[in-house]
Design a binder for this molecule. Sequence first.
Ligand SMILES: Nc1ncnc2c1ncn2[C@@H]1O[C@H](COP(=O)(O)OP(=O)(O)O)[C@@H](O)[C@H]1O
Ligand SMILES: [Mg+2]
Length: 456
Amino acid sequence: MDIKQFRLSNIGRFKTLEVPLAPTAEAGSRVTVFVGNNGAGKTSILRALATSLSWLVARIRSDDGRGSPIPEDVIFKGAASAAIDIAVLDERGQSANPDADESEQLYQWTISKARAGRKAEHATRLGDATRLADDYRTALTLDDQSGLPLVAFYPVERVVLDIPLKIREKHTFLQLDGYDNALNQGVDFRRFFEWFREREDTENESGIPQELMDRLLKTLGQNSDVWKTLQEMTASSRDRQLTAVRTAIANFMPGFSNLRVRRKPRLHMSIDKDGDTFNVLQLSQGEKSLMALVGDIARRLAMMNPGLENPLHGEGVVLIDEVDMHLHPTWQRSIIERLTATFPNCQFVLTTHSPLVISDCKEVLVYSLENGGLTEVPSQYGQDANTVLLDVMDTHIRNARVAEKLNDLMDLIQNRELKKARSILAELENELPATNLELSKAKLLLRKQELRGEKN
Ligand SMILES: Nc1ncnc2c1ncn2[C@@H]1O[C@H](COP(=O)(O)OP(=O)(O)O)[C@@H](O)[C@H]1O
Ligand SMILES: [Mg+2]
């Protein structure tokens, strides 16, 4: 399932906005990124998509399900009503007829909302959402191993990691529970923890508990034959869904492995990092939020695709606001590549403030938002971060005052006002690191001019 395009009418700061999403003819990936200043409307776009998709999810859960309405304060100031149109492509439409053209795979629905006492200019039409949801439910009725599409929105508030110490005794997880809270709060770490413990218990019942394995490794040693046999036996009894989550986290966070629930000294979740074992709470904010995000996507995909050999290959739409949040620059650079490699059949709609996120991927569709409109940004693949900041994000690449001083310095050198130049150079040398490239250049030029002056 992919969103092909959507249209906002009178939503937030947008009067009308029509946006095709990747994959398009030019951008072959399934990743669309929105950039723009604060207040440009990035979050409004993701929220609108989440609102629209909530109707599909509600109807997959039950045939008369109701999604979220458009909140009244989202309606454009001065307008009487607002609407969100969405067009979704889903191959389910083709399954009945292999020769069908794209229009048979296209599902379009509209939700609209009028202010109190006003009439809506657009009609709410949910026929296609109901039809698509119906197709999924029919498939599930015929075969309970059939997959469901993941739909999840990760808002900026996702970082709060609530790791519960006490969790409910037993909780059964159904396939449809993969949608729980997926569109309002994103990461649900409490559920993640409960689910993980539940599956791990089942896994341990059929295999050897991890804690025992850890102890056996110490006594037997890595190279003993008994240890090797034991490891093969446990590998075959590993839970497929847990394996998916562990694999996703390992893909994203090199050096991290073996996420597990520990019961001593207290119930907690632990993970190994470069040979040491940590309580998940001890990780840095960046590590925690990335782990929670990736773990949550993987868990939901695993729950919804019990029939897949590799549940990470499940389909879905994932919306992430400010995907660079808390991430180290190296991780920002690789996040899109890792997302698409780990979850190859998901469509991603992302927003970011970081030039690094979009400078390292080919085939990504990037839109820049400005004054309630949007422009498609040419591929930034291979561009350095400064160029992206200047060209796309319209930002000074260095402190404005320093930039001005450097400019003045260059002018003075050009105009051979060497005395003044020396004094500004001295000031800048005090302020900037000795390795500053511009400063070294200025020094060289100044020296040249001095030599020239001596000659004359
Ligand atoms: N009902 C509305 N009518 C007009 N403008 C609105 C409305 N609601 C919000 N906005 C504008 O939209 C902006 C918020 O957009 P948002 O999506 O949060 O931006 P971003 O996530 O890019 O920082 C605010 O600056 C606000 O001025
Ligand atoms: Mg925002």
